[in-house]
Write a protein that binds this ligand. Sequence first.
Ligand code: DC
Length: 217
Amino acid sequence: MNIAIDGPAGAGTSTIAKIIAQKLGFLYIDTGAMYRALTFKVLEEGVDIRNTVEIINLARKTSIDLINNPDGSLKVMLDSKDVSREIREPRITKHVSDIAKIKEVRDVMLTLQRNLGNRGNSILDGRDIGTVVFPNAEKKFYLDAYLGERANRRHKELHGLGQKVSLCSVEADLQNRDTIDSTREVAPLKKADDAVYIDTTNLNIEQVAEKVLTYLK
Ligand code: DC
């Protein structure tokens, strides 16, 4: 069984997917982390971010895997190296949407994501899970929240990781990524027609998880 959770950056898709996966004993698949891992490799190898041909070549010869740790956290493996922490750095966040809009990159990720999702009962979070990756997912959710609230949440999270960034810059980054993610030609961020829409603006994590679990029951 596959559960799809989509939504814009900062809407809480990863947090909720992780909680539900733990509660149900499902695999947790953070598809954004996969695009981040590739972005990390592009930057590490010094490839120009506008060099689409080179980025596509790199995507095709890169191995990305996700390993669920027993404590619910996720290990992101890039060519057998753990890059879980590095992929959250601001330089990755800044470029990831531009790399994720390349069709051939998405083709590579699509195959990987479907293979991961077919390993067993799984919950995937991202932008195009319910529309493209698993259009036949048994349950689909679309989480949303006002931009200001999403920026607040992401700002707190980044401070928790020791990243000193201003609220303004976090909000600008979210808005920029929302625009790129929802207006790209291939698999744009969109609610699937059959997804349950949840506005999380005024809900805390427990309340959102509770809502999702209620729908799943
Ligand atoms: O969920 P996140 O912020 O870690 O995702 C990082 C970027 O990856 C996001 O801005 C767009 C891209 N992405 C995507 O295009 N499709 C997905 N299924 C997941 C993420």
